[in-house]
Design a protein around this ligand. Sequence first.
Ligand code: ADP
Ligand code: ZN
Length: 750
Amino acid sequence: MNSMPDAGSTVEIDEEKAAALTHDAREALERHFGFREFLSGQERVVSALVSGRDAMVVMPTGGGKSLCYQLPALVMNGVTLVVSPLIALMKDQVDALERRGIAATVINSTLSPGEQQERIRQMADGMYKLVYVAPERFRSRVFMDALKQVPIALFAVDEAHCLSQWGHDFRPDYLRLAAAVAELGHPQTAAFTATATPTVRDDIQKTLALTDPFISVSGFERPNLSLRVVQCEKKKTKFTRMRAVINAHRTGIVYCATRRNVEEVAESIASWGVKVMAYHGGMSDGEREQAQTSFIDGSFDVAVATNAFGMGIDRSDVRFVIHFEVPGSLEAYYQEAGRAGRDGEPAVCELLFNYADTRTQEFFISGNNPGYPLICDVYEKLRERADAKNEVILPLRQLADQVGAKNDMGVGSALSTLARAGAVQRFDVSGTRTRGTRLLRPELDASQLDIDREALAEKEQRDHSKLQAMVKFCYDHGCRQEWILTYFGEPNPTTCGNCDSCLSGQPSSGGKGGAAAGSGGSRGSARRRAPDDEELMIAQKALSGVARASNRDADGNWAGRFGKGKIVGMLVGSQSKEIIAARLDQLSTHGLLKSEGTAYVQILLRELEYAGLLETQMGDYPLLTLTAQGAKVMRGNREFELRWPDRSHIAHATTPVASGGGAIASIESGLEEVALDSGLLAALKEKRTELARDEGNKPAYTIFADATLEFFARLRPKTTDAGLRIRGVGPTKAEKYLEHFLEIIREWKG
Ligand code: ADP
Ligand code: ZN
């Protein structure tokens, strides 16, 4: 067995023993599950568990986590307890195990008390290898006592991020697990999750008191997904993009941040004649279940949904996932995007980004983080309203009105915090959707409650950082896949060659994900070079323009005041209403780069940002400002490299091109643009179809995207070198396909 890069583990596995077990494990894999090979990460986890170690396993949804504990369960002595919050999925898992002749069962609230007792007794008699339980089971004394009678081989906690307050799916019942594990005398314990950043991972590890766990992060790489972020200034652009994606790929999911948008988007899609269904939390359980089932069975092609949709969605032929708005975190984004292409075939994930949408996420963050004063107000209101049984039954909306809160979500979160602090208990009221609240310690006033104010503040801070990382991801131009892998802490991430950045020939800067995602970094590109004198001057003019449009604090840090659009307008001397209203025409830098033209200045600023001389900061709007390095260059330092836009093509750059993009491509490639010849384009497309067919009917766009073929037709590269300078042509594709296209272009007589 090769020793895997298990960051964080200090004890080496006994190699010899592990090798023997691994051999057995492979054989067992085939015998019990009918699989010939392990999926990424499974084998090393199985070995670690069989050798008796605790483990912390991070794998994406669909990565094959269950097998990691199911297989060891078969060869270990005693029962493997599997804790999972997804009662609906437990039954499927148990059925599947039973079909394979493995003794497994589930003990949960869907059983009658009689049945539960019966199964607990059978478990104590050692009749099962695997027992699935929901976390609330550990509240039961009877259950705990029964557990103490059985040897526990493994305590497996699935969806373990639910026990971290930093996770997006915290469940108070999960906190009970730590005490349960302790009471059972710390049996071997393993935590499994799909969405764990290093912080969440540490939290899980501490909470469950894992002993020197084997840590494994694997399987996040999804080479068949083409991740893309499309900047959408207007809502109309979003609809246009969405329609194009649906037309091209047919089956998929559109995620929206709010119910209102789900309804609006679903309606539009329906009006295009597409079989579409909507799904959100405002629907009844029955309606939701039916919607989910009819998407899975293929009655609908497109699902439009809030993030409530998809836990355990098992439709493997999802060809696209669109995010109509930016999600609140990369964890959420990737989990949702990851529902595309589970069959391993190519799929696209497109995020329609508009900075203004971050406000919706900010609203959710404030709803999820009510703040200490509101928590106290809610508590005192409950005490005031409680009946003789110390209960309050009041819809959230009304409770919110009574404490003068704008956002009922905040009140709901306050109640959860109070529940976690042991101050109240929530209960279902039969026949209504309103939940009741019972005061557990009515004699205490708010100030006497055990509420960790520091932790609350810290959580809010983290939610903001997660959103910020998400936004940085959207603005970044490195490889999307690599960014995500770094964020999740996968060792040695590589670029994917398949995302929008890779396809546009922007090589990655490496290791930009997560907390490290800062400004710029180095961008490897053939055409990066130091400035000549004239270019240095231009860069300095641009930088001083940005400096004039920024504030600087006493410590010398820069803070942006304007977005990129306004700064470009200022630099080229625009006299538009917005520029004048912002008084940008009053700055001495107004019009400083007038002779260079808007298209040039836009590209220049973008390149300066890639090079780490400028950065985008978050505020109500994205604001452009200088970095410390940019300030140095402004003052004369010339130690930097840029992909300099070619100034000799400015004339072409400013001629509008019908399909858009051509002008910029022309500047980027340094090729002269000619009018689009539809005959040539058709010939190129025909060649592409032919190549795709030769490669076993690959989807044509995986050869070259439509936009790339259009650039070929407009820019007519005739040499490999020229072709390589066009967006969407990387070295690999150039080697495989480019010559076929160059040949057509060279011979074209149009
Ligand atoms: P997770 O819990 O990580 O979301 P599952 O455990 O449900 O993922 O596994 C996802 C799918 O992969 C299941 O259909 C499972 O049968 C399949 N699978 C698991 N391990 C293997 C393997 N070694 N080879 C082939 N398929 C596997
Ligand atoms: Zn990439």
